[in-house]
Design a protein around this ligand. Sequence first.
Ligand code: FAD
Ligand code: SF4
Ligand code: SF4
Length: 470
Amino acid sequence: MPANLRPDKNPMPSQPPAQRAHNFDEVALGYDEAAALDEAARCLHCANMPCVSGCPVNVHIPAFIEQVRSGDFEAAYQIITQSSSLPAVCGRVCPQENQCEARCVRGKKGEPVGIGRLERFVADWHNQFSAAAPVRPAPNGHRVAVVGSGPSGLTCAGDLAKKGYAVTVFEALHLAGGVLVYGIPEFRLPKRIVQQEVDSLRQLGVDVQTNVVIGKTMTIDELFEQGYEAVFIGSGAGLPNFMGIPGESLKGVYSANEFLTRSNLMKAYRADAATPIWKGGRVVVVGGGNVAMDAARTALRLGGQVSVVYRRSMEELPARREEVEHAMEEGVEFHLLNNPVRILGYQNPDDPRDPKNGCVKAVECIRMELGEPDEKGRRRPVEIPGSEFVMQADVVIIAIGTSPNPLIKNTTAGLEVNRRGGIIVQEDTGATSRSGVYAGGDAVTGAATVILAMGAGKTAAKAIDQALMG
Ligand code: FAD
Ligand code: SF4
Ligand code: SF4
């Protein structure tokens, strides 16, 4: 059958903006079978497979697309899962436009093949029609501990459990999934998908222990004393950065992590939730990454009138284009080339938030222009003297990045970290400076992506297996 040479991707059906701005249901609804078959026919099955080299875990893209085209969706799923253990997640949140799809030859004269959309279709089809309980392998007699249940920890645990290791995952929060449950909102990644992955790990025999903070409840040394022969640290980069400007301790100022955790994990948007969250009002989100977009769109769904303040221009804004477009369609305003210099507060005895210490009233910003490129090649934002102005605000959400939490480093002798707090590892194994301890994901790289964290979990699982089994 000849390839479908239409230049554009099959569009992704989605909830209309006016409707989705008022609910937390998933925005993108996914391809149906007809759209998936049609999109699969756009692949040219290039002999040199440039798309595969764009994927950090080298999913065999043309092979799975070929199976979609022939209608064997389960075979397509089996091909994807040889390389990626969370295809329903990656199909939704991978920055495909910078990875697999960026290298697709169809992108030269039109839009690339919708690889992520096809991956999501295949994974959802499998979960709906074909998912069978995983078979628990025979135990091999070795025990491994995994710290953190984000994509790196879940992948490492899954790969080791499939080889017969007795794996225990220790998670600080009360629910497993890492950023996939506490950070990325339901309207981008439904939590049932992450839950399915955690459930299938449990069926493989992985023991997931929540509410255990390694470094406080127990140290890494104590894990070895308890008989674990190797430890994988996948504790992420959950420590929020702040700007260091006056007013950041006023009531009504949140880090994006806190705001999103309250909404996603603690369900603060529900009327019956025990955790409070600010609903409505004027919300200023500072930052331009995916986290800023998620915070802005969450605040909008909570009834806020939301402005994103970013110090560079749209061209440099690091969030995925798709997320920026969705945010704009839903009504988020963008104030580019502006930077906050001060958060202004007021004391009001009637304000239930904090009558004594003061609450947010406004944000003073300064206008910026772009100067010379920095070391990464991005043009540096430079303040325009005398251009200060004030934006009224009830809530300020700071989304300017996160760092690895130093707790584990501070309680583990011999664990070396770099100047940003990332654990130093050998790239090909994930081995740290401490014998028997491996690490991967954001705890090593700083805030990155789901697929890179999964890749690191896979690498470490392989190295742990080689070290323990020879
Ligand atoms: P995490 O997912 O951070 O998981 C670490 C886990 O370890 C957490 O559950 C934490 O509670 C636990 N932990 C920490 N310390 C301890 C301890 N001492 N003891 C026990 N447990 C501990 N990436 C994308 O690819 N696409 C996106 O669209 C995208 N959107 C994002 C949106 C938001 C709001 C955020 C915050 C991140 C986003 N990312 C996205 C980045 C991506 O989610 C991360 O790169 C990825 O989750 C990192 O995985 P990880 O396993 O290293 O750590
Ligand atoms: Fe593309 Fe991500 Fe799938 Fe790799 S895992 S093929 S980067 S969507
Ligand atoms: Fe198909 Fe694009 Fe990959 Fe070529 S580069 S094999 S067209 S997905």
